[in-house]
Design a protein around this ligand. Structure first.
Ligand SMILES: Cc1cc2nc3c(=O)[nH]c(=O)nc-3n(C[C@H](O)[C@H](O)[C@H](O)COP(=O)(O)OP(=O)(O)OC[C@H]3O[C@@H](n4cnc5c(N)ncnc54)[C@H](O)[C@@H]3O)c2cc1C
Length: 228
């Protein structure tokens, strides 16, 4: 059993991929802590095009970046996520018991069972009112991770990332930050990646082979969403 420290799962970034990961992990009983340099959730949707209509989110013929963020936050709320805004994650290290420690730019350490890098195209250097030009690579770009086409290379069946200095498992990348054959940088890709990473995180944290729960029929899922 992996030592989970202060958070089952620490997610770097709070863009759409990260927000959907809160929900996916939450319905299986895992609590997430998200850290974002921005002062709010939503990543590119919230900062670059909050009022512009998006036409390719499944089930929504038209939705703005701001409304999508608000809906994702509402969907994630029953999963009781913790947010730290206005801080960057600057350090990552494997620790004892199969766990990870991330370091924030104010020196705060956070111990966690798993880390998801949902860092998108980088961090927003100057919120609020940032433009695409204010997206900078950020510290994660310097970390010793296997990369491809500028993205963090992942196994597309699990979304595990490989740290070149340790064989320790429990490190994942999803959303615009990751790369694999056929990767498309769209919001819906991040949702799919969050769902698949969740299944591997379940296996990693519990040591058990996961079975998928349907939200329509699982009593436990409904209870976790406060709809029991
Ligand atoms: C102008 C524009 C229009 C678009 N239109 C569409 C569209 O119509 N349909 C569509 O599907 N997609 C569209 N996209 C793409 C879509 O916005 C991205 O695919 C999506 O935002 C990726 O989500 P994400 O969660 O992976 O990362 P992001 O949204 O990039 O969020 C990543 C977050 O991580 C934070 N971060 C990064 N590094 C750190 C760190 N070290 N510490 C703390 N925080 C960190 C950043 O501050 C950021 O908030 C568009 C993109 C742009 C620029």
């Amino acid at each position: 059993m992996v030592n989970r420290g202060n958070a089952d799962v620490l997610i770097v970034g709070a863009g759409p991929a990260a927000l959907f990961a809160i929900f996916q992990l939450g319905i299986y009983g895992f609590r997430c802590h998200l850290v974002d340099r921005l002062d709010r959730a939503g990543g590119q949707c919230a900062v670059l095009y909050p009022d512009k209509p998006i036409y390719d989110v499944p089930g929504f013929p038209e939705i703005s970046g701001g409304e999508l963020t608000e809906r994702l936050m509402r969907q994630a709320a029953p999963c009781d996520p913790r947010f730290t805004f206005g801080r960057s994650v600057v350090a990552l290290a494997a620790t004892d018991g199969g766990a990870w420690r991330v370091g924030l730019d104010d020196g705060t350490p956070i111990d966690t069972g798993c880390v998801i890098l949902a860092t998108g195209l980088g961090l927003f250097d100057r919120p609020p009112g940032a433009s695409a030009e204010e997206l900078v690579p950020g510290p994660v770009a310097q970390w010793p991770l296997e990369r491809n086409r500028g993205g963090i290379r992942v196994d597309p069946s699990t979304f595990q990332a490989a740290h070149v200095q340790t064989a320790q498992q429990g490190l994942f990348a999803i959303g615009d930050a990751c790369d694999y054959p056929g990767k498309v940088k769209l919001i819906l890709s991040g949702f799919h990646e969050a769902a698949l990473a969740t299944q591997e995180i379940r296996r990693h944290l519990t040591g058990k082979r996961p079975t998928v729960a349907y939200s329509t029929t699982s009593k436990r899922v409904r209870e976790r969403l406060g709809r029991g």
